[in-house]
Design a protein around this ligand. Structure first.
Ligand SMILES: [Zn+2]
Length: 126
């Protein structure tokens, strides 16, 4: 059974539906990829005076990147889906009744959920 995701991680390239996002455009799927991005970013800013003088460097990086921790829901905008391995799956390539959509819903915290993609995609997106 194939699982499909709504976004793609910019570090490991895997499909994801919950994680960190920087500047509305850079995705990180989990703790490992997030920390990898943090290290890259800290090196990038190593000569930056504001970064060097920041008391809380983690907070500084989070702020400068407009960091959010978010999940994506089926009705969120998407042009195509991704497999776990990060392969693009366009709408006409979805195996309706077989593929599962992995998405996230905000309850008290973000919760990852799965649903079978039936031939009634419209209903899922409603
Ligand atoms: Zn990743």
């Amino acid at each position: 059974m194939r699982k499909l995701y709504l976004r793609q991680c910019d570090i490991c390239k895997n499909g994801m539906s919950l994680g960190y996002i920087w500047d509305d455009s850079y995705y990180m799927c989990g703790e490992y990829c997030y920390q990898t991005a943090l290290i890259d970013n800290a090196l990038w800013f190593s000569d930056n005076e504001h970064f060097k003088n920041a008391e809380d460097k983690l907070e500084w990086i989070q702020e400068v990147n407009h960091q959010l921790y978010v999940g994506w829901e089926p009705q969120d905008n998407w042009a195509w889906l991704y497999t776990k391995e990060g392969m693009v799956v366009e709408e006409h390539e979805i195996n309706f009744g077989e593929d599962t959509l992995v998405y996230a819903e905000e309850e008290d915290d973000w919760v990852v959920k799965e649903t079978l993609i039936t031939d009634d995609l419209e209903e899922l997106l409603a």
